[in-house]
Design a protein around this ligand. Structure first.
Ligand code: F6P
Length: 552
C-alpha cells in the first residue's frame, strides 16, 4: 500500500524542530512576565483555558497552526464529520459525534442518515428506563428493580464509570438516583464478581451486558456468571426480566438468551473507546439518574462538537490542547502528561482518557515520537504521591482542572477558608511552583541553611496548563471530558497530525489471542491431564506452578 507523505518531512515540521532551540533559551518565569503574551494565551469561552505556562511563544503557536494546515487537519475533521471511512484498517466511518447530534441533524454513513437510528435507540432507552424507574417493569417476582449491574470492559466500562462517578455529586442527578444503585463489573477476577453483587438481591437487580462485539472473553464469562446468579435464585425464565444488553451484535445477544427486544443497539461506526454517548453509557446512566439528566450530558457534548467543527484553530479549545500535546511530545520530547483534576468527582477521568491507543495509519513505524502516556490523580491527593517527581524529577507537562463553584461546598465557622477554597488554593499554587521553581539565591535570602540549599532548589520551567470549569453539572461533564469532550477531541486532532489511526486497536488483539492459547492449555491440563506444550520455558514454568498450586 502506498504510504502518505510523512508530516516530519514538511517544512513546517522542520521549522518547529529548529524553533525548539529558541524556546529552550527562555525560562517560564521570564515568559510569564510578559502580560501581552499571557493575555493571548487565555481563552474564556464557557470554560477558562490558560496555556501561558506552556513552553510556547506566539511564534510557536503560529507555527503549530501552520503545521495543522499542512497536515490538512480541517479537511480530516470534515471527512470525519461527513462519514468518510477514516478508520482505514477497519474500513469504517468514525461518527461518535452523531451520538449526541440533535434530532434534526443530518449525518451520513454509507449514504444513510444515521441520526434517526440514533434517536430511535435513545427513545427506546427513555421509555425502557422510565418503566424500570417508575416500577411498571418489574422483576420475575413482581418487585421493582432498583439496582443495576453493568457488565462490560474497556470502552464499555471506563466512560460510563467516569460519568457515573462525576454525576454522583450533581444535586439534580443525585436526587433522581435516590434509592437506586449502579455498579460495574469489568474485571474477570472472581473478586470483582463478588464485589459487584455483594449485598444485592437478584429479585431487585437488573443486569445490563454491554459489549460492542458480544464476544469479549471477560465480559461474556462475567455475563454467564451473573445469568447463573439470577437463574439459580429465580429460575431460568427470570433472565427475560432481569437481563438486557447493549451491543452491535444482536444475533449473539439472542443466542446468549436475551430477548432482542431488550437489546439496545449501536453501530460499527462507534469505536469502543468513544462509545459512552451511545447506549453503552446512556442506558446504565439513565437507569440510575433518569434519561433527562443523561440528555443534558449529551447536549453538553454536542456543544463541543459544534465548537470543534466551526471554531477557528486559534480559539478552538480541543485544537489548542491537541497542538500543545503534539508540541510537548514530538518537539520538546516529554513523553508523559499528568491529568490533575482538583475535583474528586473527576477521579475516573485519567483512566477514561488513557484508553486512547494507536498505531500508524499505514502500519509503518514513524520516525518521530508519537503517543502520550497519560496518568493522573485528583489533587490534592496526587500532591502527596507523585508530585515530588514532577517538581524535581522528570519533566511531565501537567493539565490542571479546577471547578469554580463546588457542587457541595462545606463551610466551617472560624476556618480561614472553606474546603473548596483550600482545594483551589492548591490548584492555583501548583502551576506556579512548577513554572517558577526556586533558585539557590532565593533560598539563601530566606536563610535556608547552606547544606539544604541544593535539596530545596527547584529548577522550575515545568510546563502546565490550567482549565477552570464553572461547575460540574451533567452538561459540563459532557462538555469537558466526555467521549468527545475537549480532551478526546484534542487527542483526535494531534493523532490526525501525526498520521495515526486512533480508531483501531490491533495492539490489544495480540494479548487477547495469546490468552486464548493459555486458556485452552489450562482447560486441557485440568480436564485431560495434558502436558504443557507450545510455550517458552518461562511461561511453561509459571503455568506449571500455577496448575500445581490449584491442584495442591
Ligand atoms: O480491547 C479493547 C476493546 O476492544 C475496546 O475497544 C472495547 O471497548 C473493549 O475492548 C470491549 O469490547 P466489547 O465492547 O466488544 O466487549
Amino acid at each position: 500500500m502506498a504510504s502518505c507523505p510523512l508530516i516530519c518531512d514538511t517544512e513546517s515540521w522542520k521549522n518547529l524542530k529548529t524553533h525548539v532551540e529558541d524556546i529552550k533559551k527562555n525560562h517560564l518565569r521570564d515568559l510569564l512576565k510578559d502580560e501581552e503574551r499571557c493575555k493571548s494565551m487565555i481563552r474564556t469561552r464557557w470554560i477558562v483555558l490558560d496555556y501561558s505556562r506552556q513552553q510556547v511563544q506566539k511564534e510557536t503557536m503560529e507555527q503549530l497552526f501552520k503545521l495543522a494546515e499542512v497536515a490538512q487537519l480541517k479537511e480530516k475533521i470534515n471527512k470525519m464529520y461527513s462519514g468518510e471511512k477514516i478508520n482505514s484498517t477497519e474500513n469504517r466511518s468514525v461518527l461518535h459525534v452523531a451520538l449526541r447530534a440533535p434530532r434534526d441533524a443530518v449525518i451520513y454513513s454509507n449514504g444513510n442518515n444515521v441520526v434517526p437510528d440514533v434517536w430511535n435507540v435513545l427513545d427506546k432507552i427513555k421509555s425502557f428506563t422510565e418503566s424500570v424507574r417508575n416500577g411498571s417493569w418489574v422483576g420475575a417476582t413482581g418487585k421493582a428493580l432498583q439496582d443495576v449491574v453493568s457488565v462490560g470492559i474497556g470502552g464499555s466500562f471506563l466512560g460510563p464509570l467516569f460519568v457515573h462517578t462525576a454525576l454522583q455529586t450533581d444535586g439534580e442527578a443525585s436526587e433522581s438516583a435516590k434509592g437506586r444503585q449502579l455498579r460495574f463489573l469489568a474485571n474477570v477476577d472472581p473478586i470483582d464478581v463478588a464485589r459487584s453483587t455483594a449485598g444485592l438481591n437478584p429479585e431487585t437487580t437488573l443486569v445490563v451486558v454491554v459489549s460492542k462485539t458480544f464476544t469479549t472473553a471477560e465480559t461474556m464469562l462475567n455475563a454467564r456468571t451473573l445469568r447463573e446468579w439470577i437463574s439459580s435464585a429465580l429460575g431460568p425464565q427470570s433472565v427475560a426480566k432481569h437481563m438486557v444488553a447493549v451491543s452491535t451484535n444482536i444475533e449473539l445477544v439472542e443466542k446468549f438468551g436475551i430477548d432482542p427486544n431488550n437489546a439496545f443497539a449501536f453501530w460499527d461506526w462507534v469505536g469502543g473507546r468513544y462509545s459512552v454517548c451511545s447506549a453503552v453509557g446512556v442506558l446504565p446512566l439513565s437507569l440510575q439518574y433518569g434519561f433527562s439528566v443523561v440528555e443534558k450530558f449529551l447536549n453538553g457534548a454536542s456543544t463541543i462538537d459544534d465548537h470543534f467543527y466551526s471554531t477557528p484553530f486559534e480559539k478552538n479549545i480541543p485544537v489548542l490542547l491537541g497542538l500543545l500535546s503534539l508540541w510537548n511530545v514530538s518537539f520538546l520530547g516529554y513523553p508523559a502528561r499528568a491529568i490533575l483534576p482538583y475535583c474528586q468527582a473527576l477521579e475516573k477521568f485519567a483512566p477514561h482518557i488513557q484508553q486512547v491507543l494507536w498505531v500508524s495509519i499505514d502500519g509503518i513505524p514513524l520516525p518521530y515520537e508519537t503517543g502520550e502516556i497519560d496518568f493522573g490523580e485528583p489533587g490534592t491527593n496526587g500532591q502527596h504521591s507523585f508530585y515530588q517527581l514532577i517538581h524535581q524529577g522528570r519533566i511531565i507537562p501537567c493539565d490542571f482542572i479546577g471547578i469554580m463553584k463546588s457542587q457541595q461546598p462545606v463551610y466551617l465557622k472560624g476556618e480561614l477558608v472553606n474546603n473548596h477554597d483550600e482545594l483551589m488554593s492548591n490548584f492555583f499554587a501548583q502551576p506556579d511552583a512548577l513554572a517558577f521553581g526556586k533558585t539557590p539565591e532565593q533560598l539563601t535570602n530566606e536563610k535556608v541553611p547552606h547544606h539544604l540549599v541544593s535539596h530545596k532548589t527547584f529548577s522550575g520551567n515545568r510546563p502546565s496548563l490550567s482549565i477552570l470549569l464553572p461547575t460540574l453539572t451533567a452538561y459540563n461533564i459532557g462538555q469537558v471530558s466526555e467521549g468527545l469532550g475537549i480532551f478526546i477531541l484534542g487527542t483526535t486532532y494531534f493523532l490526525f497530525i501525526w498520521g495515526i489511526n486512533s480508531f483501531d486497536q490491533w495492539g490489544v488483539e495480540l494479548g487477547k489471542s495469546l490468552a486464548s492459547q493459555v486458556r485452552k492449555q489450562l482447560h486441557s491440563s485440568r480436564t485431560a491431564g495434558e502436558p504443557i506444550k507450545g510455550f517458552n520455558y518461562s511461561t511453561s514454568t509459571l503455568l506449571q506452578r500455577y496448575l500445581e498450586a490449584e491442584s495442591g
